[in-house]
Design a binder for this molecule. Structure first.
Ligand code: SF4
Length: 508
């Protein structure tokens, strides 16, 4: 870092000084920073009489010999799928710094020639006042009602949103929690989001629901208990998958599920296999044969229901439709974690019996087919007008180019999903970024790395800052405006890189 500092003249002017302090102008907070100290966000500091971006700018190396996965764009063609691969380096926005206000060009605008195509990558650490996370928690268990407020340290930071397959979903952050509530709400929301996107554990409490510990890539902890498995399917799907394995071993099977409880003798899968009626009656709302909704309230019990005794979902058995003493019954949850075996007694009441070995394999098969329960954290942010102005002098051109796929967007080198419609609202799995790729400013807002890669001639037509374009070698040799140190690291596995042939065609 010192070497870099020595090579540069400071960009901090005399007017920016206040006493012995220097003013950082990388965000609207405009901290005055004393020598040897860092500003409010800890991203910038005053070292040696200059404002320095403290974290290294991260340069990813996707060299083939490091075994980085490749994505073939067109099968059979001799192309690696990676315009910045095969020994080339890719300057990410991690540690690149932010230019503020954004009429100034982005911190790094880097050119690379790849297979004869001149590409430009514009990198900046964007300040996202409009941002949040979507969290997918793999569990059957009820964490709280939809729309319930999610709190961190007592402050509202988001809400429970509609559940997905085998998962509960949270939506945290967003501009209303960051800017529309009290100062404490905005600060805690920002802290919570920052920890989550940087893959750290966060404790959350849901109004009318559970306490959770959530960490990207780790199992959720719900009400103090670590979740192990994500369900193999709903109760009906489980019947469909395993009906043939149960045929001939047991007279009836019920897969208990808060959403769709399955009954094999009534289910289409059982009918096809010639399963006979058993006279079973389920206390729930019948949807279609062998599929029942709402057998219980949601909870932490069997299959995400509130029940701990599965017999609670059964009504009296009907002897006219096949119920008889000795009829055997397997009840199992959607993860195979809970199971029990019964036989009807003389009064047609299920009596608990030792679990027979002949059924153990099928229950274990349900467990084996479950996936490990994980928390997935997706960062969602809107690259607004000001950020885009650091890329081109005509920001809407960049938006159009991104939507036409002429410009490829990455976040710390990771591929993003760009939402349709206006603006550049992107979504990225934080597990695909290097660690600690995100920062914050106390406005409050998150700071996220963002890179735009496009053809050089296309960049020129968009109104790009052509005089600011530099080579990777120059970036490596001379650093940036904020005297960044640099680190080179292998890219996280699994990140495909900008589709070169798409970019070759783009911008025509
Ligand atoms: S919060 Fe950080 S980026 Fe903003 S002015 Fe202070 S040191 Fe600079």
């Amino acid at each position: 870092m010192n070497e870099l500092i020595e090579r540069f003249d400071t960009h901090v002017t005399e007017e920016k000084k206040a006493g012995e302090k220097l003013r950082c102008d990388a965000c609207p907070v405009m901290c005055y920073i004393a020598e040897g100290r860092t500003g409010a966000c800890d991203r910038y500091g005053n070292f040696g009489g200059r404002i320095v971006r403290c974290d290294p700018v991260t340069i990813l190396d996707h060299a083939l010999e490091q075994g980085a996965p490749l994505v073939a764009f067109e099968k059979g063609e001799n192309w690696s799928g990676n315009p910045v691969n095969t020994g080339r380096r890719f300057v990410t926005a991690i540690g690149a710094g932010t230019t503020y206000p954004d009429y100034k060009p982005a911190p790094f605008i880097v050119s690379q020639e790849v297979e004869g195509v001149d590409l430009v990558t514009v990198v900046t650490e964007g300040i996202f006042s409009y941002c949040g996370v979507k969290i997918k928690i793999d569990t059957d268990r009820f964490v709280g009602p939809e729309q319930a407020t999610v709190r961190a340290k007592g402050e509202a930071v988001g809400h429970v949103t509609t559940g997905e397959y085998g998962s509960q979903m949270l939506s945290l952050g967003g501009v209303h929690h960051l800017t529309g509530g009290s100062k404490a709400e905005g600060r805690v929301t920002c802290d919570t989001l920052l920890a989550l996107v940087n893959k750290q554990a966060v404790e959350l409490a849901i109004d009318g629901g559970e306490t959770l510990v959530v960490q990207a890539g780790k199992p959720p902890i719900i009400g103090g208990k670590e979740e192990l498995r994500m369900r193999v399917g709903c109760g009906s799907a489980t019947i469909g998958m395993f009906a043939s394995q149960w045929r001939g071993l047991v007279d009836e099977v019920v897969v208990v599920d808060d959403h769709i409880t399955g009954v094999v003798s009534e289910h289409q899968a059982g009918k096809v296999l010639g399963w006979e009626d058993t006279g079973i009656r389920i206390n729930g709302r019948r949807s279609t044969p062998g599929r029942y909704f709402k057998v219980s309230e949601p909870g932490l019990g069997w299959g995400g229901t509130a029940i701990t005794d599965p017999l609670e979902i059964l009504e009296d058995w009907n002897p006219k439709k096949g119920a008889r003493p000795g009829l055997s019954l397997l009840m199992v949850s959607t993860t195979g974690e809970q199971f029990a075996y019964y036989e009807l007694d003389e009064n047609l009441k299920p009596a608990l019996k030792p679990f027979p070995e002949r059924l153990r394999k099928s229950v274990e098969l349900i467990e084996d087919n479950c996936e490990p329960a994980l928390c997935s954290v997706l960062f969602v942010g809107g690259a607004g007008g000001s950020l885009r102005a650091g890329v081109t002098e005509n920001p809407v051109n960049l938006t159009r180019s991104v939507h036409r796929l002429d410009t490829y967007v990455t976040c710390g080198g990771a591929p993003v999903y760009v939402w349709p419609g206006g603006g550049i609202t992107l979504m990225v799995d934080v597990m695909r970024l290097p660690d600690n790729a995100f920062g914050y400013v106390p406005t409050p807002a998150l700071v996220a790395p963002i890179e735009f890669t496009l053809r050089r001639d296309h960049y020129e037509r968009l109104g790009g800052y052509m005089s600011e374009i530099r080579s990777v070698e120059d970036v490596l040799a001379r650093g940036g405006e904020y005297h960044n140190p640099r680190s080179e690291t292998a890219a996280p596995a699994g990140n495909p890189w900008p589709p070169l042939r798409q970019l070759q065609r783009g911008g025509e």
